[in-house]
Design a protein around this ligand. Structure first.
Ligand code: FAD
Length: 362
């Protein structure tokens, strides 16, 4: 097949990374069509709200761990060689409290909290922090070098890399995945394959309607204060759905204070009480934020709420024929859309190639 006409539905980190990797291959004419684009802040669009960092929670030996592993190299390359992408290296500490064992957050973070996680061979400088260096209430901890992504720079950067490679961007809201294969969506007037990167939208999109995709609500506070490092802790004393993490984004992007993981909640409004708890916990975990002072010394840029697209069984990377046409899925990354982005996109691109080869032989 000489020319391969592809429509990628979705312009979050999944759609943009998949489009970018496809556009680096010869013979692809790509359109990215999406309801929301970088620059938008909307409850139906998870990507701008992410921290975003590389803290794998995937379990050793799984496909998800493989996707995370395959993502570290490209992110490290961006941090080292492409300052314009808005990704930087950051020292990262993971704190563990024995009393959190068995809670939802500790279960979710199990691999991350392990003294021997699979990624200790992947990220630089992994070590267990000696007991003598631990703060009050912390029973064990590890640290390593990670990256923090300024999503306000990185998402537009992905768009600009795609544009340089000839990708066309357009706004569209589809009721059915087959609508993305209509001749009017692509300038070639013919679509060979559709890539579905609709995140939480996959639950409603006709032809997909994956009811195992649900939101895990995350609320954050973005502040001007500098944390100096990235911190995460196994739990909080404020209930199972709450979490505590701090990370400073690259290139003046401010510091993200999080958070929560409220599964099943579509609530788009900021909960002011939760915001206070988030700030109190962050200042206790990282006194450097305010020089040891209280939350009134936090300089707030904005509060935010995003919905992680969590899928039962993990991210769906699969190819399927819908209405007689090939669709490749890449959706449902939950809280790991950035840290698995390149691994997932590589796997999706492989399926695109396989599907188009099969089609060429028909
Ligand atoms: P989205 O970004 O939601 O994009 C979906 C796209 O599909 C949008 O363009 C939308 O308009 C489009 N779309 C949907 N339906 C349709 C339709 N019917 N027609 C047309 N277009 C459609 N991940 C990390 O790796 N590290 C982190 O530190 C991290 N922190 C996070 C913190 C918070 C508070 C939150 C909320 C998330 C965090 N995540 C993190 C998770 C990450 O943000 C998500 O996994 C990721 O953004 C999902 O990307 P996506 O492209 O699949 O979905």
């Amino acid at each position: 097949m000489a020319q391969k006409n592809v429509v990628v539905v979705g312009a979050g980190v999944a759609g943009l990374t998949t489009a970018l990797l496809l556009s680096r291959r010869p013979g692809y004419n790509i359109v990215v069509a999406a309801k929301h684009m970088p620059g938008d802040y909307d409850i139906e669009y998870a990507s701008p709200w992410a921290g975003a960092n590389y803290m794998p929670v995937s379990v050793r030996g799984t496909e998800a761990a493989e996707w995370d592993k395959n993502t570290w190299g490209p992110l490290e390359d961006l941090a080292r060689n492409h300052p314009d992408a808005g990704v930087h290296f950051q020292h990262c500490e993971i704190h563990n409290r024995s009393k959190d064992v068995g809670t939802a957050t500790a279960e979710w973070f199990a691999e991350l909290l392990s003294p021997n996680p699979w990624f200790k061979e992947v990220v630089p400088s992994f070590r267990s922090i000696p007991k003598s260096e631990l703060g009050p209430g912390i029973d064990s901890a590890t640290d390593f070098t990670s990256v923090c992504i300024n999503t306000a720079i990185y998402l537009p950067w992905l768009v600009s890399q795609c544009l340089k490679n000839g990708v066309i961007f357009k706004r569209a809201s589809f009721n059915h995945i087959s609508d993305a294969g209509r001749p009017d969506v692509h300038p070639a007037k013919k679509v060979d394959l559709v890539v579905n990167c609709t995140g939480l939208g996959a639950a409603k999109l006709g032809g997909v309607e994956d009811k195992t995709v649900v939101p895990a609500r995350g609320q954050i506070v973005l502040v001007r204060n500098d944390a100096g490092k990235m911190l995460d802790v196994s739990g909080t004393d404020d209930g199972d759905g709450e979490a505590c993490y701090v990370m400073t984004r690259a290139a003046g992007g401010g510091t993200i204070l999080g958070g929560c993981y409220q599964k099943g909640s579509f609530e788009s409004g900021v909960d002011p009480n939760l915001a206070v708890r988030i700030m109190k916990r962050a200042v206790a975990l990282c006194p450097a934020l305010t020089g040891g002072k209280g939350i009134e010394h936090l300089d707030i840029i904005r509060h935010g709420v995003g919905l992680r697209p969590v899928r039962e069984g993990g991210t769906r990377i699969a190819k399927e024929r819908i209405g007689g046409a090939w669709v490749v899925h890449n959706y449902g990354a939950g809280g790991a859309g950035y840290q698995s982005s390149y691994g997932c996109a590589m796997a999706a691109v492989k399926l695109v190639e396989e599907a188009l080869e099969a089609r060429a032989k028909l």
